[in-house]
Write a protein that binds this ligand. Structure first.
Ligand code: 5RP
Length: 296
Protein backbone atom coordinates (compact mmCIF):
# COMPACT_ATOMS: atom_id res chain seq x y z
CA UNK A 1 0.00 0.00 0.00
CA UNK A 2 1.29 3.49 -0.77
CA UNK A 3 2.29 5.34 2.39
CA UNK A 4 4.46 8.24 3.46
CA UNK A 5 7.21 6.17 5.12
CA UNK A 6 10.53 5.81 3.42
CA UNK A 7 9.79 8.32 0.63
CA UNK A 8 12.90 8.49 -1.58
CA UNK A 9 13.93 11.39 -3.79
CA UNK A 10 14.04 10.54 -7.51
CA UNK A 11 17.70 10.33 -8.57
CA UNK A 12 17.97 9.38 -12.24
CA UNK A 13 16.07 11.66 -14.63
CA UNK A 14 18.01 10.83 -17.81
CA UNK A 15 18.13 14.54 -18.55
CA UNK A 16 20.19 13.94 -21.70
CA UNK A 17 17.72 11.34 -23.14
CA UNK A 18 15.04 13.03 -25.29
CA UNK A 19 11.50 11.81 -24.57
CA UNK A 20 10.34 9.40 -27.25
CA UNK A 21 7.20 9.97 -29.27
CA UNK A 22 6.65 6.81 -31.24
CA UNK A 23 3.39 6.51 -33.15
CA UNK A 24 2.59 3.03 -34.46
CA UNK A 25 4.25 2.95 -37.87
CA UNK A 26 1.20 1.64 -39.73
CA UNK A 27 0.41 3.57 -42.89
CA UNK A 28 -2.10 6.35 -42.28
CA UNK A 29 -2.43 5.82 -38.52
CA UNK A 30 0.01 8.42 -37.14
CA UNK A 31 -2.66 11.00 -36.31
CA UNK A 32 -4.95 8.57 -34.47
CA UNK A 33 -5.47 8.40 -30.73
CA UNK A 34 -3.63 5.89 -28.52
CA UNK A 35 -6.51 3.41 -28.20
CA UNK A 36 -7.05 3.39 -31.95
CA UNK A 37 -3.35 2.82 -32.66
CA UNK A 38 -3.16 0.17 -29.95
CA UNK A 39 -6.05 -1.77 -31.51
CA UNK A 40 -4.41 -1.51 -34.93
CA UNK A 41 -1.17 -2.81 -33.38
CA UNK A 42 -3.12 -5.86 -32.18
CA UNK A 43 -4.34 -6.44 -35.73
CA UNK A 44 -1.10 -5.69 -37.60
CA UNK A 45 1.92 -7.46 -36.14
CA UNK A 46 4.23 -4.68 -34.89
CA UNK A 47 7.28 -6.60 -36.20
CA UNK A 48 6.17 -7.49 -39.74
CA UNK A 49 3.56 -4.73 -40.02
CA UNK A 50 1.24 -7.31 -41.57
CA UNK A 51 -1.69 -9.47 -40.54
CA UNK A 52 -3.23 -12.88 -41.12
CA UNK A 53 -6.94 -12.40 -40.56
CA UNK A 54 -9.01 -15.57 -40.60
CA UNK A 55 -12.37 -14.68 -42.21
CA UNK A 56 -15.32 -16.90 -41.31
CA UNK A 57 -18.19 -14.42 -41.52
CA UNK A 58 -19.62 -15.94 -44.72
CA UNK A 59 -22.67 -17.41 -42.95
CA UNK A 60 -24.18 -13.96 -42.40
CA UNK A 61 -25.52 -14.01 -45.94
CA UNK A 62 -24.86 -17.51 -47.28
CA UNK A 63 -25.66 -19.86 -44.41
CA UNK A 64 -23.57 -22.94 -43.58
CA UNK A 65 -20.82 -22.49 -46.18
CA UNK A 66 -18.63 -25.50 -47.00
CA UNK A 67 -15.94 -25.65 -44.33
CA UNK A 68 -18.00 -23.59 -41.89
CA UNK A 69 -20.72 -26.12 -41.12
CA UNK A 70 -19.44 -26.27 -37.53
CA UNK A 71 -17.41 -23.22 -36.55
CA UNK A 72 -16.70 -24.74 -33.14
CA UNK A 73 -15.14 -27.79 -34.83
CA UNK A 74 -13.70 -26.29 -38.05
CA UNK A 75 -12.38 -22.92 -36.93
CA UNK A 76 -11.39 -23.23 -33.29
CA UNK A 77 -8.21 -25.24 -33.95
CA UNK A 78 -7.05 -22.65 -36.52
CA UNK A 79 -7.41 -19.63 -34.26
CA UNK A 80 -3.98 -19.93 -32.65
CA UNK A 81 -2.26 -19.49 -36.04
CA UNK A 82 -4.22 -16.37 -37.00
CA UNK A 83 -3.55 -12.82 -35.83
CA UNK A 84 -7.21 -11.86 -36.09
CA UNK A 85 -10.58 -13.58 -36.14
CA UNK A 86 -13.08 -11.89 -38.46
CA UNK A 87 -16.64 -13.01 -37.80
CA UNK A 88 -20.15 -12.15 -36.71
CA UNK A 89 -21.16 -11.71 -33.10
CA UNK A 90 -23.37 -14.79 -33.37
CA UNK A 91 -20.49 -17.00 -34.45
CA UNK A 92 -18.23 -15.54 -31.80
CA UNK A 93 -20.55 -15.89 -28.84
CA UNK A 94 -21.73 -19.38 -29.72
CA UNK A 95 -18.60 -21.02 -31.10
CA UNK A 96 -15.39 -19.27 -30.00
CA UNK A 97 -14.39 -19.53 -26.33
CA UNK A 98 -13.83 -16.22 -24.52
CA UNK A 99 -10.37 -17.47 -23.51
CA UNK A 100 -9.38 -16.71 -27.11
CA UNK A 101 -7.12 -13.65 -27.01
CA UNK A 102 -6.73 -13.04 -30.75
CA UNK A 103 -7.88 -9.67 -32.02
CA UNK A 104 -11.50 -9.59 -33.16
CA UNK A 105 -12.67 -7.77 -36.28
CA UNK A 106 -16.43 -7.76 -35.99
CA UNK A 107 -18.74 -8.08 -39.01
CA UNK A 108 -21.27 -5.30 -38.40
CA UNK A 109 -23.51 -5.53 -41.47
CA UNK A 110 -26.34 -7.80 -42.61
CA UNK A 111 -29.78 -7.40 -44.13
CA UNK A 112 -29.61 -9.48 -47.31
CA UNK A 113 -28.91 -13.05 -48.43
CA UNK A 114 -27.55 -14.89 -51.46
CA UNK A 115 -31.18 -15.01 -52.62
CA UNK A 116 -31.45 -11.21 -52.83
CA UNK A 117 -29.44 -8.09 -53.77
CA UNK A 118 -26.13 -8.27 -51.87
CA UNK A 119 -25.53 -4.54 -51.72
CA UNK A 120 -28.75 -3.96 -49.79
CA UNK A 121 -27.12 -4.01 -46.36
CA UNK A 122 -27.72 -2.31 -43.03
CA UNK A 123 -25.63 -1.89 -39.90
CA UNK A 124 -26.42 -4.91 -37.76
CA UNK A 125 -24.46 -4.36 -34.53
CA UNK A 126 -24.72 -1.60 -31.98
CA UNK A 127 -21.41 -0.06 -30.88
CA UNK A 128 -22.19 -1.04 -27.28
CA UNK A 129 -22.24 -4.69 -28.24
CA UNK A 130 -18.98 -4.32 -30.18
CA UNK A 131 -17.39 -2.87 -27.05
CA UNK A 132 -18.84 -5.69 -24.91
CA UNK A 133 -17.19 -8.16 -27.28
CA UNK A 134 -13.85 -6.33 -27.03
CA UNK A 135 -13.70 -5.75 -30.79
CA UNK A 136 -10.44 -4.41 -32.21
CA UNK A 137 -12.18 -3.20 -35.37
CA UNK A 138 -15.61 -2.97 -36.98
CA UNK A 139 -16.28 -3.91 -40.57
CA UNK A 140 -18.86 -3.66 -43.35
CA UNK A 141 -18.93 -3.50 -47.14
CA UNK A 142 -18.98 -0.59 -49.52
CA UNK A 143 -20.51 -1.70 -52.82
CA UNK A 144 -19.14 0.77 -55.36
CA UNK A 145 -21.15 0.78 -58.57
CA UNK A 146 -23.87 -1.49 -57.19
CA UNK A 147 -27.56 -0.81 -56.74
CA UNK A 148 -27.23 0.20 -53.08
CA UNK A 149 -23.87 1.98 -53.36
CA UNK A 150 -25.10 5.09 -51.51
CA UNK A 151 -26.61 3.12 -48.63
CA UNK A 152 -23.51 0.93 -48.24
CA UNK A 153 -21.23 3.98 -48.08
CA UNK A 154 -23.58 5.50 -45.48
CA UNK A 155 -23.31 2.29 -43.41
CA UNK A 156 -19.52 2.34 -43.35
CA UNK A 157 -19.42 6.09 -42.67
CA UNK A 158 -21.69 5.54 -39.70
CA UNK A 159 -19.48 2.75 -38.37
CA UNK A 160 -16.40 4.96 -38.74
CA UNK A 161 -18.02 7.87 -36.89
CA UNK A 162 -19.30 5.65 -34.09
CA UNK A 163 -15.99 3.77 -33.79
CA UNK A 164 -14.07 7.06 -33.66
CA UNK A 165 -15.96 8.00 -30.51
CA UNK A 166 -14.67 4.90 -28.73
CA UNK A 167 -11.25 4.40 -30.33
CA UNK A 168 -12.31 1.44 -32.47
CA UNK A 169 -11.05 1.39 -36.08
CA UNK A 170 -13.11 0.36 -39.09
CA UNK A 171 -12.10 -1.87 -41.98
CA UNK A 172 -14.06 -1.13 -45.16
CA UNK A 173 -14.58 -4.18 -47.37
CA UNK A 174 -14.82 -3.52 -51.10
CA UNK A 175 -17.81 -5.67 -52.01
CA UNK A 176 -17.75 -6.36 -55.72
CA UNK A 177 -21.05 -6.71 -57.59
CA UNK A 178 -21.42 -9.64 -60.02
CA UNK A 179 -21.15 -7.41 -63.10
CA UNK A 180 -18.10 -5.41 -61.95
CA UNK A 181 -14.75 -6.01 -63.62
CA UNK A 182 -12.08 -6.80 -61.03
CA UNK A 183 -9.40 -4.52 -62.47
CA UNK A 184 -7.18 -1.56 -61.63
CA UNK A 185 -9.83 1.03 -62.42
CA UNK A 186 -12.41 -0.57 -60.16
CA UNK A 187 -10.18 -1.24 -57.15
CA UNK A 188 -8.37 2.11 -57.38
CA UNK A 189 -11.78 3.76 -57.17
CA UNK A 190 -13.26 1.56 -54.44
CA UNK A 191 -10.22 1.48 -52.10
CA UNK A 192 -9.63 5.22 -52.43
CA UNK A 193 -13.27 6.00 -51.66
CA UNK A 194 -13.01 3.75 -48.59
CA UNK A 195 -9.93 5.59 -47.32
CA UNK A 196 -11.31 9.02 -48.08
CA UNK A 197 -14.48 8.42 -46.06
CA UNK A 198 -12.18 7.59 -43.14
CA UNK A 199 -11.76 3.79 -43.09
CA UNK A 200 -8.65 2.86 -41.14
CA UNK A 201 -7.86 -0.01 -43.47
CA UNK A 202 -9.42 -1.62 -46.50
CA UNK A 203 -10.07 -5.13 -47.72
CA UNK A 204 -9.74 -5.58 -51.45
CA UNK A 205 -9.09 -8.42 -53.88
CA UNK A 206 -5.73 -9.09 -55.49
CA UNK A 207 -5.58 -8.64 -59.25
CA UNK A 208 -2.93 -8.09 -61.92
CA UNK A 209 -1.71 -5.85 -63.41
CA UNK A 210 -1.62 -2.70 -61.30
CA UNK A 211 -2.28 -3.92 -57.74
CA UNK A 212 0.84 -2.07 -56.49
CA UNK A 213 -0.55 1.19 -57.89
CA UNK A 214 -3.81 0.67 -56.01
CA UNK A 215 -1.78 0.15 -52.81
CA UNK A 216 0.22 3.30 -53.51
CA UNK A 217 -2.88 5.40 -54.14
CA UNK A 218 -4.61 4.22 -50.97
CA UNK A 219 -3.39 6.16 -47.91
CA UNK A 220 -4.30 3.36 -45.47
CA UNK A 221 -3.28 -0.34 -45.47
CA UNK A 222 -4.91 -2.81 -47.83
CA UNK A 223 -5.43 -6.48 -46.96
CA UNK A 224 -6.63 -8.97 -49.54
CA UNK A 225 -9.54 -11.38 -49.40
CA UNK A 226 -8.77 -14.87 -50.63
CA UNK A 227 -11.81 -15.24 -52.87
CA UNK A 228 -12.95 -18.59 -54.25
CA UNK A 229 -11.01 -21.73 -53.39
CA UNK A 230 -7.83 -22.20 -55.42
CA UNK A 231 -5.27 -25.00 -55.39
CA UNK A 232 -3.08 -24.41 -52.31
CA UNK A 233 0.05 -23.35 -54.23
CA UNK A 234 -1.92 -20.81 -56.26
CA UNK A 235 -3.46 -19.33 -53.12
CA UNK A 236 0.00 -19.00 -51.58
CA UNK A 237 1.27 -17.35 -54.77
CA UNK A 238 -1.60 -14.88 -54.64
CA UNK A 239 -0.82 -14.02 -51.01
CA UNK A 240 2.89 -13.73 -51.80
CA UNK A 241 2.38 -11.49 -54.83
CA UNK A 242 -0.03 -9.31 -52.86
CA UNK A 243 2.31 -8.69 -49.92
CA UNK A 244 5.29 -8.17 -52.24
CA UNK A 245 3.18 -5.54 -54.04
CA UNK A 246 2.53 -3.78 -50.72
CA UNK A 247 -0.54 -5.46 -49.21
CA UNK A 248 -0.45 -5.43 -45.41
CA UNK A 249 -1.63 -9.03 -45.22
CA UNK A 250 -4.65 -11.18 -45.89
CA UNK A 251 -8.20 -11.57 -44.66
CA UNK A 252 -8.60 -15.08 -45.94
CA UNK A 253 -11.44 -17.53 -45.57
CA UNK A 254 -12.23 -20.22 -48.13
CA UNK A 255 -8.64 -20.79 -49.20
CA UNK A 256 -7.93 -21.76 -45.60
CA UNK A 257 -11.04 -23.44 -44.23
CA UNK A 258 -11.91 -25.24 -47.50
CA UNK A 259 -8.36 -26.62 -47.88
CA UNK A 260 -7.94 -30.36 -47.34
CA UNK A 261 -5.59 -29.35 -44.52
CA UNK A 262 -6.70 -26.00 -43.05
CA UNK A 263 -4.16 -26.28 -40.21
CA UNK A 264 -1.30 -26.62 -42.68
CA UNK A 265 -2.65 -23.94 -44.98
CA UNK A 266 -2.99 -21.25 -42.33
CA UNK A 267 0.58 -21.86 -41.17
CA UNK A 268 1.83 -21.67 -44.76
CA UNK A 269 -0.09 -18.42 -45.35
CA UNK A 270 1.35 -17.00 -42.13
CA UNK A 271 4.92 -17.79 -43.28
CA UNK A 272 4.27 -16.01 -46.60
CA UNK A 273 2.73 -12.98 -44.92
CA UNK A 274 5.03 -12.53 -41.93
CA UNK A 275 8.29 -14.05 -43.15
CA UNK A 276 8.18 -13.36 -46.90
CA UNK A 277 8.45 -17.13 -47.44
CA UNK A 278 8.38 -18.00 -51.13
CA UNK A 279 5.28 -20.03 -52.15
CA UNK A 280 7.32 -23.11 -53.14
CA UNK A 281 8.86 -23.14 -49.66
CA UNK A 282 5.61 -22.31 -47.87
CA UNK A 283 3.75 -25.17 -49.55
CA UNK A 284 6.15 -27.53 -47.77
CA UNK A 285 4.78 -26.29 -44.44
CA UNK A 286 1.27 -27.15 -45.63
CA UNK A 287 2.42 -30.58 -46.89
CA UNK A 288 4.31 -31.40 -43.70
CA UNK A 289 1.32 -30.60 -41.49
CA UNK A 290 -0.94 -32.56 -43.86
CA UNK A 291 1.33 -35.61 -43.63
CA UNK A 292 1.42 -35.52 -39.84
CA UNK A 293 -2.37 -35.04 -39.65
CA UNK A 294 -2.94 -37.95 -42.06
CA UNK A 295 -0.86 -40.29 -39.86
CA UNK A 296 -2.78 -39.41 -36.67
C1 5RP B 1 -17.68 -11.95 -46.97
C2 5RP B 1 -16.34 -11.47 -46.62
C3 5RP B 1 -15.31 -12.50 -46.43
O1 5RP B 1 -14.84 -12.37 -45.13
C4 5RP B 1 -14.19 -12.33 -47.40
O2 5RP B 1 -14.69 -12.46 -48.69
C5 5RP B 1 -12.99 -13.22 -47.13
O3 5RP B 1 -13.26 -14.49 -47.38
P1 5RP B 1 -12.70 -15.28 -48.64
O4 5RP B 1 -11.20 -15.35 -48.46
O5 5RP B 1 -13.38 -16.59 -48.54
O6 5RP B 1 -13.05 -14.49 -49.88
O7 5RP B 1 -16.08 -10.30 -46.45
O8 5RP B 1 -18.45 -10.92 -47.38
Amino acid sequence: MADKDDVKEGKEFYVDVPAKNEPFFLKGSGALDWGMQNRLARIFNPVSGRTVMLAFDHGYFQGPTTGLERIDVNIRPLAEYADVLMCTRGALRTSIPPSNTKALVLRCSAGQSILTELSNELISVDIEDAIRLNACALTAQIYIGAQYEHQSIANVTKLIDTGMRYGIPTMAVTGVGADMKRDFRYFALATRIAAEIGAHYVKSYYFEPGFEKVVAACPVPIVIAGGKKLPELEALEMAYNAVQAGAAGVDMGRNIFQSDCPLGMIQAVSAVVHKDEKPKQAIKIYEAVKNVTAKN
